[in-house]
Ligand binder design. Structure first.
Ligand code: AMP
Ligand code: GLY
Length: 426
């Protein structure tokens, strides 16, 4: 079959790499893709959110399956757009409906979903301009720290953890009164602070059944030892050492199954990935957030560990046949380490030449491009997160060492990467 994958990051390169290995895939197109995905299929230079252009591409290339990488097209309703169009209705869409994508697109929607279905998460209240004064009073008497979340999508920046009441009320005012995150912060969720260690679960569902993909843990802070500013993700590991059978059983019975049952009860139209951000508090799992897509850079360790044919899995999801499907996993540990531009997550330069990529063979290194661009014969930087290297090992430390050794061969001006990905488990 012909497949169109939307997106252009490291997640999409890892998905494209995996999809292109499937015996069921005749031709893979990636829109817009990057120089890495160009090795797995054909890049089409259209934005993932231009639905009319995506429609034309599907018709021109006789696409049978659409795989949506990032959240934005989903939250904007690409699944509904396909279902409503006669010329596109036959295409299998991997990604939830606009309403179901609210699990990521609206924190208030996700919190009320969890409340309704008794899924463990932090206690919360939601506020907007109409109950603003109640919000201020609530904040004043709230235990510290206080977590403020912009309701809508805010490019990963919408969560603010406040250490005192003055800061919390100032941020609350900025979000609601001054539209700090535009429309995304018209509504604010105020949440209890949870203290524990985070990890991510990846579920593929057909709306009725589900399979659990390998779990992962990402490292969001720019600095070693988890210090400094938040980023999109500086690296990831899989499996997660503390996610033992006992913990996973709790996560499945208290969170995964109630989530799938909740989707059914609420009649949400959901065929696709659910990324559940969990926190482990004294061996009990709580949900921090839902995302309606795979994680980045978690996908860069999850896909290499997945032994199943991904297109077989996605087809089973689209045909509501995931019941009974068995997931097979590579038992080794995978670690990915992200190389970023100097200055990231603040200001950084683009267009910086990348050296050393031609010195590495695919067998020795799984290099996934994130923010890169072809420039004549060479490849240059084109974003904050530039590329990530995934390696396998018999321990977290050993796999991380291999990725770091490969990154020593690659260079660009200002290049930085964390040397301690997975450090708690060395
Ligand atoms: P998000 O933008 O929803 O991915 O949240 C960003 C990060 O904020 C999460 O990965 C957590 O580290 C942190 N966070 C979110 N909610 C809470 C909470 N209730 N307690 C503690 N940390 C949180
Ligand atoms: N790595 C976190 C995310 O993809 O949201």
């Amino acid at each position: 079959m012909n497949i169109l994958l939307l997106g252009s990051g490291g997640r999409e390169h890892a998905l494209a790499w995996k999809i292109s290995q499937s015996k069921l895939c005749s031709q893979l197109f990636i829109a817009p893709g990057n120089p890495g995905t160009a090795h797995c299929g054909i890049n089409i230079d259209i934005p993932a959110t231009d639905f009319e252009a995506v429609r034309k591409c599907c018709i021109d290339h006789a696409i049978d399956m659409l795989v949506v990488g990032p959240e934005e097209p989903l939250v904007k309703g690409i699944q509904d757009f396909f279902k409503a169009d006669r010329a596109l209705q036959h295409i299998m869409v991997i990604g939830p409906s606009q309403q179901a994508a609210q699990l990521e697109g609206s924190k208030a929607f996700a919190k009320s979903f969890m409340d309704r279905h008794n899924i463990p998460t932090a206690a919360y209240r939601e506020f907007d301009i109409d109950n603003y004064e109640d919000g201020v009073a609530y904040l004043q008497s709230h235990a510290l720290p206080i977590v403020l979340k912009a309701d809508g999508l805010a490019a990963g920046k919408g969560v603010i953890i406040c250490q005192n009441h003055v800061e919390a009320i100032a941020e609350f005012e900025l979000m609601i009164q001054q539209s700090k995150f535009g429309d995304a912060s018209r509504k604010v969720v105020v949440e209890d602070f949870l203290s524990g260690i985070e990890m991510s679960l990846f579920v593929l569902t057909d709306g009725e059944n589900y399979v659990l993909l390998p779990e992962a843990k990402d490292y969001k802070r720019i600095g070693e030892g988890d210090k400094g500013l938040n980023t999109g993700g500086m690296g990831a590991i899989s499996p997660v050492p503390f996610a033992d059978e006992d913990f996973m059983q709790k996560a499945i019975s208290r969170i995964v199954i109630p989530t799938i049952e909740g989707i059914k009860k609420d009649r949400l139209d959901y065929c696709g990935f659910i990324f559940i951000g969990l926190i482990n508090i004294s061996d009990d799992p709580y949900v921090i957030e839902y995302n309606c897509r795979m994680g980045d850079p978690e996908t860069e360790v999850v896909m290499p560990r997945l032994k199943n044919d991904i297109v077989e899995l996605l087809t089973a999801a689209a045909q509501q046949k995931l019941g009974g499907v068995k997931i097979e996993t590579d038992g080794r540990t995978a670690v990915t380490v992200m190389a970023v531009s100097g200055g990231y997550p603040g200001e950084y330069e683009k267009g910086v030449p990348i050296d050393g990529l031609d010195l590495l063979q695919e067998e020795e290194a799984l290099i996934f491009h994130a923010g890169t661009k072809q420039d004549g014969e060479g490849i240059v930087t084109n974003g904050g997160r530039v590329l990530t290297v995934t390696s396998f090992g018999d321990s977290v430390k050993n796999a991380a060492e291999k990725s770091k050794a490969i990154l020593e061969v690659i260079s660009f001006d200002g290049m930085y990467f964390r040397k301690d990905i997975g450090y708690e488990f060395y």
